[in-house]
Design a protein around this ligand. Structure first.
Ligand SMILES: Nc1ncnc2c1ncn2[C@@H]1O[C@H](COP(=O)(O)OP(=O)(O)O)[C@@H](O)[C@H]1O
Ligand SMILES: C[C@@](O)(CCOP(=O)(O)O)CC(=O)O
Length: 961
């Protein structure tokens, strides 16, 4: 046996030595129901026996797990019979030339034992242990020469990519990267390069380098087919496989026609992340000799100590892998059930599962999943506790990482993008911990990052996102909540991470493109659509209502209920406003509108300035009030909306461009319940008018979304409408209606010296559960807001102190919701306390109501122990209750029953969804006929309120701000 390779084995000698064991083992084979009776043909390698499955017997007659634990070499018995392989911690050996060992770089008994053991496990003639996985590739690539070519996969380990780059720049060895998941692409590349080589256009393909499953996308390559193709089109090429992800326990590529296999021994083989090692295996003597020569020449063979540790680690390889793989399967199913894109060949959804199952004995313990948002992924990774944030895999401890920031950071971001390696990808390397702990920890991190949320109960508490509207669900109780308990938070909640420049002062208005404008970039040639459908969400204020009017921070989020507007041209040239929810319809002749009262500053051409004007034009409002007219069912409620509509219409359309149009507004939000129906309505009016008068252009693709500058304008105009309805609103409601998500909002106010409103997105809100309870008591935002202002004027000291305390509450809430280091339980418990304190402050401002206090009393009693506050203007409307993660379905049912007995309606809400949106009809892309494809007004009007949202969803593609 060569002292360098230390690996050549004598199969027949071992077979004889272990013959007894083999016979005994076969006699108990019948006990093992999983033992395959006839190997699948594809698994039979050239040698025709002992193929890759872990259940098959090795050359010594033992199954793989037994082989792992049984370290023995009949040719190298320890002189003292030591049970464990001794560490020959020596650089040199004394003796005459020709002795088996002389110098540890060339050979060492501990390493020889390891290499012998590896030959047993991999059923091959030559095994080598070197200093790392990359050292393996270094040794292997020295088998080819300068000017040769390599064909490799396009989803390869970052370190491999780096070495291939070095070979290209320093040795002229270039690599073609192909998608190895498609064997025909490998065949094509081999053929093409063979032709090119014949024509003298490139070097000879001398290596095919494969990984399967790939790291980190878990893509699968058909090894047998690729190896066959290499033998056919590039017969001299060495087929090399990095088998680190599988280990020889799950896959033995040599048996599939591959020439050389290497593993990073740092991973599964050693299993404890306490050493670095690489292992090469091959069955060809010519290659074995050259590899042995290279290792001896460059001196990167594994040290005696590490050889010992690796041997020790290998003994438990099968046990560890079984456990890790089983847990990985659970984790993969768990993430898949939450709706994440999971890459794992153990899932039925994996596109190449059949190929993988043919060549490997299991899916392994590495998986990856996508969240759709890089920041969100970072939050998830940062929020885990049990999962170690680390590169590498194969350890008994579970690891989590973001390949693009860690293991694959050395790949140029452009190349990563070209190879479709998602920046948000999270890789999980599952260890041997209790699976339940692993899933619990992951779940807590997903929750904490706001990637998932507890499913709204479908049994007693209809989801506000479901087709059940608040109004309609008062009637009944849908079916029980299905498993799992959690669900993915829609991504749109994370669409914007930077602060948004807001309406006043945050924008260079001169640069805004408007159709009527003269400035650079005017969209004068675009003809506006005659018909659009838009929508915007309602909101829930968690902290800071009322105080926000006076420059204090508020924390709020969009709810999933929305207002919708349908706009179409009217043939009779009249203008109509339909508010079917209130049973009201106005029709005006355009000439009857008080155009002459519209002040110059609000006229066409100055429209970008509209929202910037703090003061409404009271003359115009008075004139509109007069001409609104009285119609059937008109109340103060609908009247306020109608006035706001006309005010906005006259400013945005302008006298010259105004044309006969029908506006129909529908809402799945309860109106006047503190959930921001007026702001949602305002955002719908502003956007639909802007689009149909060409002030803004309807975006053409959902990918780009409604541009930020357009959203700022829509918000600006929506604020105008809010002012008409509420007198002195803060702007938080319309900001949430337009931008969506969860926000910390501060209005620019003399008290805070802000130049423009401040809007910060909050990510941690999405997973928090809320119960909204509608008192059914109507109230008027305008007068409640005015009452607080009056108190402030009358008792400034008291009210200013209240405002200061509310500012502290909002500040703390914002910091809790954006600090992902806060343990979930602590977060929810402190938020609950803040809810209670904030409510007390609102009571002090006189904006609560007996009905709200009744809800508070019920929810906070001994049985439920929940924190509740009023939300919005108060004086009735809705109460919001914070739900801890462990608040059970049974308790929820009980609470809902009691509240409904008291005449209240409660709904579990989801927050953080999209802001204002515009519909692109389904056929628009194909037919390029935007206008004609908008569903007819009658269809819109007649869609049932409770199915409005799903109707709109199906009507086409929605583009959101
Ligand atoms: N779908 C709708 N149809 C008619 N009017 C609406 C609609 N949505 C909102 N409004 C207007 O908004 C007002 C409600 O505003 P407000 O009292 O602040 O309650 P909310 O919290 O629902 O915004 C109504 O009085 C009405 O003028
Ligand atoms: C009371 C206030 O803070 C929120 C009003 O909300 P709503 O109208 O009740 O949805 C007023 C405002 O911020 O404009």
């Amino acid at each position: 046996m060569s002292s360098v390779s230390g690996s050549s084995t004598n199969h027949s000698a071992r077979t004889v030595t272990l013959g007894g064991a083999s016979t005994m083992a076969s006699s108990i084979a019948s006990l093992d129901s999983s033992a395959p009776t006839s190997p699948s043909p594809s698994l039979i390698g050239e040698k025709g026996l002992f193929v890759s499955h872990k259940d098959r017997r090795g050359p010594n007659g033992y199954r793989f797990a037994t082989q792992c634990a049984t370290v023995e070499d009949p040719n190298h018995k320890d002189q003292y019979g030591s049970s464990s392989v001794p560490i020959y911690m020596t650089a040199t050996f004394k003796g005459l030339p020709g002795a088996e060992f002389d110098y540890t770089r060339s050979g060492n008994p501990t390493r020889s034992m390891l290499q012998h053991h590896l030959c047993q496990l991999q059923n091959c003639r030559h095994s080598f242990a070197v200093s790392s996985g990359m050292a393996c590739l270094d040794v292997i690539t020295r088998l080819i020469k300068s000017g040769d070519r390599i064909i490799a996969g396009d989803d390869i380990y970052g370190g491999t990519q780096r070495l291939l780059g070095y070979l290209a720049s320093h040795q002229g060895i270039h690599t073609d990267h192909v998608d190895t998941t498609d064997a025909s692409k490998v065949e094509e590349a081999l053929q093409k390069r063979a032709r090119d080589y014949e024509l003298g256009l490139c070097g000879k393909v001398s290596m095919l380098l494969l990984e399967t499953p790939t790291n980190p996308l878990l893509k699968i390559c058909d090894l047998e087919r690729c190896a066959r193709a290499a033998k056919r089109y590039a017969p001299d090429a060495i087929v090399v496989v990095d088998n680190t992800m599988m280990s020889p326990y799950l896959m033995r590529p040599l048996e599939l026609g591959v020439d050389v296999v290497y593993d990073s021994g740092t991973k599964y083989l050693s299993g404890h992340h306490d050493l670095m090692a690489g292992v090469i295996a091959c069955d060809r003597d010519d290659l074995g000799q050259r590899i042995a020569f290279t290792i001896n020449s460059i001196g990167n063979a594994l040290t005696p100590m590490d050889s010992f540790l690796l041997l020790r680690g290998i003994k438990t390889l099968a046990v560890r892998m079984d456990r890790q793989q089983a847990s990985a399967m659970h984790v993969a199913h768990y993430l898949h059930s939450l709706g994440f894109q999971v890459n794992y060949p153990g899932l039925a959804s994996h596109p190449s599962k059949d190929i993988h199952d043919r060549q490997a004995a299991g899916p392994g313990a590495v998986l990856s999943f996508e969240t759709g948002d890089k920041m969100l992924s970072e939050k998830i990774v940062g929020a885990t506790r049990l999962w170690g944030i680390s590169v590498s895999f194969g350890c008994v401890n579970s690891l989590i990482s973001m390949p693009c920031l860690m293991s694959h950071a050395s790949i140029d971001p452009k190349i990563r993008a070209a190879r479709r390696l998602p920046e948000d990808l999270i890789r999980l390397c599952v260890g041997i911990e209790d699976t339940r702990d692993l899933i619990e920890d992951l779940e807590a991190a997903l929750l904490e990052a706001g990637a998932i949320r507890r499913k709204a109960s479908l049994s007693s508490t209809p989801s506000v996102e479901s087709s059940e509207s608040l109004q309609s669900s008062r009637a009944g109780s849908p079916s029980p909540s299905p498993l799992p308990e959690y669900e993915r938070v829609p991504l749109v909640a994370f669409a914007v991470d930077e602060p948004i420049a807001d309406l006043v002062g945050g924008l260079d208005r001169a640069k805004i493109e408007t159709r009527g404008g003269e400035g650079e970039g005017s969209k004068a040639n675009i003809s506006p659509p005659t018909s659009v459908i838009v929508s915007a969400p309602g909101k829930v204020i968690l902290f800071g209502e009322h105080a926000v009017v006076h420059g204090v921070k508020a924390v709020a989020a969009s709810v999933a209920l929305r207002c919708f507007a349908h706009v179409s041209d009217r043939e009779d040239g009249k203008l109509s406003l339909g508010l079917p929810d209130l049973g009201v319809e106005h029709v005006w002749k355009l000439d009857d509108l008080p155009w002459d009262v519209v002040p110059e500053k609000l006229r066409i051409g100055a429209e970008a300035e509209l929202g910037a004007h703090e003061e409404l034009d009271q003359g115009l409002i008075a004139a509109i009030e007069k001409c609104v007219g009285d119609v059937v069912n008109e109340t103060d409620r609908s009247h306020a909306g109608s006035v706001a509509f006309l005010y906005l219409y006259m400013c945005i359309a302008g006298k010259e461009a105004a044309r006969g149009q029908a506006f129909v507004l529908r809402s799945s939000l309860p109106i006047g319940a503190g959930l921001g129906s007026s702001a949602a309505l305002s955002a719908c009016l502003a956007s639909s008018m802007a689009y149909t008068y060409g002030r803004l252009e309807v975006p053409s693709s959902a990918e780009s979304g409604i541009p930020a500058s357009d959203a700022i304008l829509i918000n600006s105009w929506a604020f105008l409408s809010e002012k008409v309805m509420h007198g002195n609103p803060s702007g938080v409601d319309n900001a949430v209606a337009v931008y969506g998500g969860a926000v910390a909002f501060t209005r620019a106010h003399p008290s805070n010296n802000l130049v423009g409103n401040e809007l910060e997105k909050l990510g941690g809100f999405g997973s928090v559960r809320f119960l909204l309870t509608d008192t059914g008591v109507g109230r008027d935002t305008k007068s409640l807001v005015a009452s607080v202002t009056a108190q402030k004027e009358k008792e400034p000291e008291r009210v200013l102190a209240v405002l200061e305390r509310i500012q502290k509450i909002s500040d703390e809430a914002e910091s809790l919701l954006s600090n992902h280091g806060v343990p979930r339980k602590d977060l929810l418990s402190r938020l609950g306390e803040l809810v209670t304190i904030n409510h007390q402050e609102l009571v002090g401002l006189g904006v609560s109501h007996a009905s709200l206090e009744a809800i508070r009393a019920k929810t906070q009693n001994e049985r439920f122990k929940l924190s509740t506050k009023l939300t919005g203007a108060g004086g009735g409307g809705c109460a919001v209750t914070l739900l801890p993660d462990d608040f059970s379905e049974a308790k929820m049912k009980e609470l809902e029953l009691e509240l409904s007995r008291d005449g209240f309606k409660c709904y579990e809400t989801r927050v953080g969804g999209a802001g204002v949106g515009v519909l692109i009809p389904i056929n628009e892309k194909e037919k390029d006929k935007k206008e004609s494809e908008i569903p007819d007004r009658v269809v819109f009007e007649e869609a049932e309120t409770k199915t409005l949202a799903s109707w709109a969803e199906k009507a086409g593609e929605w583009i959101y701000a």
